[in-house]
Design a protein around this ligand. Structure first.
Ligand code: MSP
Length: 512
């Protein structure tokens, strides 16, 4: 048991939440739920990144002020996360007074420590990235991330002396080889550092929408420079030192690959400059990409766009949850490996839904309940202590635990589905529906019920509502998330003698 402080990136409010944002947030949520189950004290935060030119421009395009635009979009993110059953403990908005206080305290310390100086900045800027690029970094003269034109900017502003941290960063990477994962991303970050670091411009005079620089009225902080500090704001940096000291050493940042440089180079250096430890853990994942496949008709109607125009970033999470249900979409997002880029398509959601949820888990639950109904009067028997499923379950719990601990929800779920597959295979080979009542039949059915109990616990971080429903149907009191792993997932916890209900299919099969 320990503390687990988990963060998502805070999302820009220039645009509505989409499936890409949901991917990170659902994965973070499942990890947070797993750690609660494992008995850790968890603090899980997400939020919105509200300053900067991009948000100001977006507000102007919509004929409104940045703050009211941010209010509107932040509310959409909160609603999207409610819709996806996200169990965050804090939703931070960078326009909040608590964030201004933390940013000003943090950066004043960096300034007082001598790591900030004034200078003239000239460079090629991409507003959508809120970042400068060198000529060499451009692709065909355009932003390497967005493919859109960059503009020449010249400003007198304050610089953070990032170049002074090269050796300290390299030493940190050396002594903390696990801090940035996976290893390929660690190497990418090391590549940036070895490639040479330049001072970075951290204030703007061309903009008012930002956190004011405490030592110079005319400037606001550059959006990335205030945004990163949100992780400290949330744990009371500058106002509650005890709370901050308790959570900070246990931080885990989950981020997408395009913001690696900010989190894995700038942020550790900023922390060093402010006199605090760099973040303990940063886990970097790849992108979800929409393959060339066409979307379904219903989805297209809801999107009110032509097929050619639909991009991943156009798909609001509720388009998918309205269609498939919340838990199936959570499940799908969690089965996409957290690591490299992965294709995402409507057809793949349907295929996985039918294979894993309707055919495997749903079918196991339905078959067991049917036979308990017909042969045991609807009362579930106790499991067989010597069932061959006991060893598979123990292995599954160990594998799933290791995978959740290692930021691999997809592997944890794959292991859980191997147990479901083993239980289905046992039913097929023993055919309890043909057996006469007696200890043998009771042993098979009780063991299948025990598998369902263990599965409900193991999938509860991924599909909380479905896990609760499964739990209820097999007659257990309370909810699976009230249990503790691994102890309560040990073989033999299903007591028997409980009413088992069949009900409607948990996951009705879909045609498309
Ligand atoms: N505001 C910054 C982050 C500041 S953190 C201090 C930002 N915001 S964002 O709205 O653009 O969100 C970026 C994050 O959304 C990515 O890092 C990733 O977690 C998630 N994703 C956005 N599109 C995605 C995909 N297509 N696929 C997977 N994740 C995606 O950057």
């Amino acid at each position: 048991m320990g503390r687990f402080f988990l963060t998502t990136p805070i999302y820009y409010v220039n645009d509505a939440p989409h499936v890409g944002h949901a991917y990170t947030t659902v994965n973070a949520d499942a990890l947070a739920r797993w750690h609660r189950l494992a008995g850790d004290e968890v603090f899980f935060m997400t939020g919105t990144d509200e300053h900067g030119a991009k948000v100001a421009e977006s507000a102007a395009e919509h004929g409104t002020e940045p703050k009211s635009w941010a209010d509107r979009t932040a509310a959409r993110f909160e609603a999207a996360w409610r819709g996806l059953d996200i169990s965050y403990d804090d939703f931070i908005r960078t326009s909040e007074p608590r964030h201004y206080r933390a940013v000003q305290t943090f950066l004043q310390r960096v300034y007082d420590n001598g790591y900030i100086e004034k200078g003239l900045y000239q460079g090629l800027y991409c507003v959508r990235c809120e970042d400068y690029y060198t000529e060499e970094e451009l692709v065909d003269g355009n932003c390497p991330n967005h493919g859109t034109p960059v503009s020449f900017m010249e400003e007198e502003n304050y610089f953070f002396k990032l170049d002074q941290f090269t050796d300290r960063l390299l030493a940190w990477y050396e002594t903390e080889p696990e801090a940035v994962r996976p290893a390929s991303k660690r190497n990418e970050a090391l590549g940036f550092i070895r490639g040479g670091l330049r001072p970075i411009s951290i204030t703007r005079t061309s903009l008012r929408w930002g956190v004011p620089v405490p030592w110079d009225d005319g400037h606001v902080f550059y959006v990335w420079y205030d945004a990163l500090i949100n992780y400290l704001t949330a744990i009371g940096y500058g106002t509650d030192d005890e709370r901050c000291a308790a959570w900070w050493p246990n931080v885990h940042h989950l981020i997408g690959k395009e913001i690696l440089r900010f989190h894995c180079v700038w942020w550790p250096a900023m922390c060093m400059a402010a006199g605090i430890d760099p973040p303990a853990n940063i886990f970097v994942h790849g992108w979800l990409l929409f393959g060339g496949e066409k979307l379904s008709k219903t989805m297209l109607q809801r999107l009110r766009r032509s097929a050619e125009e639909v991009k991943l970033t156009d798909v609001a999470p509720d388009v998918l949850t309205d269609d498939f249900g919340v838990d199936p979409i959570r499940y799908h997002l969690l089965r996409v490996p957290l690591g490299n880029d992965s294709d995402f398509s409507y057809d793949s959601i349907v295929a996985r839904y039918n294979a894993d949820l309707a055919n495997n888990l749903g079918n196991l639950a339905a078959r067991v309940a049917t036979v308990v109904g017909s042969k045991c009067g609807g009362t579930g028997p106790a499991p067989d202590p010597a069932s061959p499923l006991a060893a598979v379950a123990a292995e599954t719990v160990a594998e799933a635990t290791a995978a959740w601990e290692g930021f691999a929800p997809h592997e944890a779920l794959a292991a859980t589905w191997r147990l479901i597959g083993a239980a289905n295979a046992l039913l097929e080979s023993t055919e309890p529906w043909k057996m006469s009542p007696g200890p043998e039949l009771d042993g098979v059915l009780g063991s299948a019920l025990e598998v369902l109990r263990i599965v409900a616990v193991l999938v509860s971080p991924a599909m909380p509502a479905s896990a609760r429903e499964l739990w209820r149907r097999i007659g257990l009191p309370g909810a699976p998330e009230d249990l503790g792993v691994p102890d309560d997932a040990a073989w033999g916890g299903y007591p028997g003698g409980l009413p088992v209900e069949k009900g409607d299919p948990l996951f009705p099969r879909r045609r498309g």
